[in-house]
Design a protein around this ligand. Structure first.
Ligand code: EPU
Length: 299
């Protein structure tokens, strides 16, 4: 168990392991406590070795993407948090109708580069922050589509530590869901159509503007939409109708612009955000008998 595990379990990886590492700087929210260990493997084999050791030592593992859809609690994470950074985890290769990229690749940058090269499809996902791995794992998307539509194959390490590659149909893509929980995505192949770069970039900008006309600015600290849309409903509209826009807990606030966002002002704690999540769930249940499920990942 964790409490009795020797702190030397990661002594092979001293160069890439930071004990008690703050996580807030890795999240868009800039909230939350430290990770007991933060590890940055240099390649996929080192990643697999770390995962195997954690499994043997019964150390809980979390994979940190770009922290765009993540709320870390103030207590932090009593386990190992792994970041996928550096060349082995951030490459992206573009061909005439495919993009082969690593899980740590920055998704917005990938979208921009695809548009500039005349590769179409991803422009529909303009304005969605995150790492490619994170985007795939939660099947991120918006009004114009989901990443599932572009995924051809996904490479991942499964729950037993085995490297695998699956076709998109085996991933179980649904609304904000895949069956990759407990697996670690290392890379993916995306399919693309062809288009004129100027047109794709124009469409990209239109979708981006549309999104930010109705959502808090990127400069505001949030984690995107807090709740999944319940079937047949909009979570934002429900929280709004419940009268909760502008409601505060400490220095966190349910956005006045879009009620499915909770923004953190200076001095906010993760616990403030959690209180507002619970308040919104309670009120929407009390007033409309609808359960709101979080979309944001809470550690
Ligand atoms: N609405 C309100 N009040 C609000 C917010 C929304 O009445 O405070 C109404 C809107 O007027 C609209 C309806 O609710 O009639 C739906 O709102 P919107 O068009 O903003 O879309 P959404 O369903 O709230 C989804 C995704 C967003 C994505 C947008 C745009 C989910 C949970 N959310 O939002 O994704 O950006 O569409 O494509 O699926 C995210 O996943 O983090 C995210 C922000």
């Amino acid at each position: 168990m964790l409490e009795s595990s020797p702190t030397t379990w990661c002594s092979d990886w001293e160069a890439i392991c930071r004990p008690d590492a703050p996580l807030r700087e890795h999240t868009w929210y800039r909230l939350g406590g430290p990770a007991r260990w933060l590890l940055a493997p240099r390649d996929e084999h080192e990643l697999a070795a770390i995962l195997a050791r954690c499994r043997e030592s019964e150390i809980p593992v979390r994979i940190l993407g770009h922290g765009a859809n993540l709320l870390v609690r103030d207590e932090g994470v009593n386990g190992a948090v792994i970041v996928l950074r550096g060349p082995a985890f951030e490459y992206a290769e573009f061909s005439a109708d495919r993009i082969v990229a690593a899980a740590g690749a920055d998704f917005p940058l990938l979208v921009k580069r695809a548009c500039s090269r005349g590769l179409s499809g991803l422009e529909l996902l303009a304005g969605i922050p995150g790492s490619l791995g994170g985007i795939i794992r939660m099947n991120a998307g918006g009004r114009h589509g989901e990443i599932a539509a572009a995924v051809d194959r996904v490479r991942f390490i499964d729950r037993e530590g085995v490297f695998r590659e699956s076709a998109a149909r085996e991933i179980g893509f649904r609304y904000r869901h895949t069956n990759l929980d407990g697996c670690v995505i290392v890379g993916a192949t995306l399919r693309a159509g062809r288009g004129a770069p100027e047109e794709l970039l124009t469409r990209f900008r239109e979708i981006w503007s549309e999104k930010y006309a109705t959502q808090p600015a990127v400069s505001e600290r949030s984690a995107g939409c807090i709740f999944k849309n319940p079937p047949g409903h909009s979570a934002g509209a429900l929280v709004d109708r419940a009268g909760l826009k502008g409601r505060r807990a400490g220095a966190a606030e349910i956005s006045r612009k879009h009620a499915n966002f909770i923004v953190a002002h200076d001095g906010a704690q993760a616990a403030d955000v959690v209180k507002l999540i619970e308040l919104a769930q309670e009120e929407v249940w009390r007033q409309f008998s609808i359960r709101l499920e979080t979309e944001v990942e809470i550690w």
